[in-house]
Design a protein around this ligand. Structure first.
Ligand code: BTN
Length: 257
């Protein structure tokens, strides 16, 4: 499916106040994160979105590589949030993806802590939040979202985690333009909830596939094993270790048993 993710196609009649009202489109760049951070440092309007038709050096969490060939969605949203909202951005982004894909395709999704979006236990979307801090306040935050849309995952060797795409799940191609436009609307709705002082925590917690499960957790150089007992409102995972201790992980990566 040929998809035109140019500024005009994405913004035409887009029903948002500010998310996606400015779009910077490249058919091919190393990573939307680097462009978005540069734009943010130069004062781009809040909600500006950097979109790539293809990334040649996509960045994943924990210094991993993110594959985003043509047919997938790779975008970064520029925000200037208050420090207090920073931990909610991961929840906003993952829930926006869940709402969007469910509405457009009817597929059922889950979130693996902290922010992998899964279909049938396989990863379909990765989210990366990077921020700039100045004088102990947030200068900017860039929310990078990569969705495997029209991708034959079987053609890609060396992917360590179980991975899927919307086309693999549905047996047909899906419009990247429709998903992108819907995603920007859903993202703004949830971001406005957070900005109004409300929380999206309960819905995010209820969408996690992680709680009550035995997990391996990697945080920094450390590896832990235990039961994922709960998540805090700031997004941290509370892990009950085999020795009975409870530890709080603010970031990291988990593998479910
Ligand atoms: C992860 O799960 O490790 C996070 C993946 C984030 C990928 C997106 S694609 C758009 C943006 N640009 C990047 O280089 N990375 C993020």
């Amino acid at each position: 499916m040929e998809d035109d993710l140019s500024k005009d196609s994405v913004t035409r009649g887009l029903e948002t106040r500010f998310i996606g009202q400015g779009v910077i489109y490249y058919s091919k760049i190393p990573s939307t994160m680097e462009v978005a951070k540069r734009e943010a440092q130069q004062g781009a309007a809040e909600g500006t979105v950097v979109i790539a038709g293809e990334q040649t050096a996509g960045k994943g969490r924990i210094k991993r590589v993110w594959l985003s060939p043509k047919g997938c969605i790779a975008l970064s949203i520029i925000l200037y949030p208050k420090m207090a909202y920073l931990s909610s951005l991961i929840m906003v982004a993952s829930l926006a993806v869940v709402h969007t894909i469910a509405d457009v395709t009817g597929l059922r999704l889950q979130i693996k802590w902290p922010n992998d979006v899964l279909i049938n236990s396989k990863k379909v979307c990765g989210i990366l939040v990077e921020s700039g801090v100045r004088d102990s306040s947030i200068d900017y935050a860039v929310i990078g979202i990569g969705i495997n849309v029209n991708l034959k995952t079987a053609d890609f060797t060396g992917i360590s985690l179980p991975t899927t795409s919307l086309s693999d799940e549905l047996g047909r191609d899906v419009s990247c333009l429709e998903i992108t436009r819907r995603l920007l609307v859903e993202f703004e709705k949830l971001y406005l909830v957070v900005q109004s002082g409300e929380t999206v925590y309960q819905e995010w917690r209820d969408s996690l596939n992680t709680l009550g499960k035995r997990v391996h957790a990697r945080s920094g150089n450390k590896v832990y094993e235990g039961i994922a007992e709960s998540v805090d409102e700031d997004g941290s995972l509370m892990l009950r270790c085999s020795d009975g201790s409870l530890i709080k992980l603010t970031a990291g990566d988990i593998t479910l048993h």
